[in-house]
Design a protein around this ligand. Structure first.
Ligand SMILES: [Zn+2]
Length: 84
């Protein structure tokens, strides 16, 4: 399952579309450099297996926004927790 959501950098307001693969853990932390200013953005993906739902929680330098057409897409993997 891929969770798609949109976040903006709190430092430079750069929008990003994030696609995060849902893994086995209930909670994943993901970090990646902002595509606009290189500040580290930290997100947490929480999931509830009893309802098969998942949601994104902004942790650092991030604000959840409406998806912006043309925003850079950031793929985050549940296992590697890295930026690709
Ligand atoms: Zn930024």
């Amino acid at each position: 399952m891929i969770i798609r959501s949109a976040i903006a950098c709190e430092v430079c307001s750069q929008p990003h579309t994030t696609r995060i693969g849902l893994g086995q853990e209930a909670s994943h932390t993901h970090r990646f450099p902002c595509r606009g200013c290189d500040e580290e953005i930290v997100l947490c993906l929480d999931s509830d297996s009893t309802t098969a739902s998942a949601w994104l929680v902004p942790v650092e330098n991030a604000t959840q926004i409406e998806e912006v057409p043309g925003a850079p897409i950031v793929n985050l993997d549940a296992v590697e927790s890295g930026w690709r």
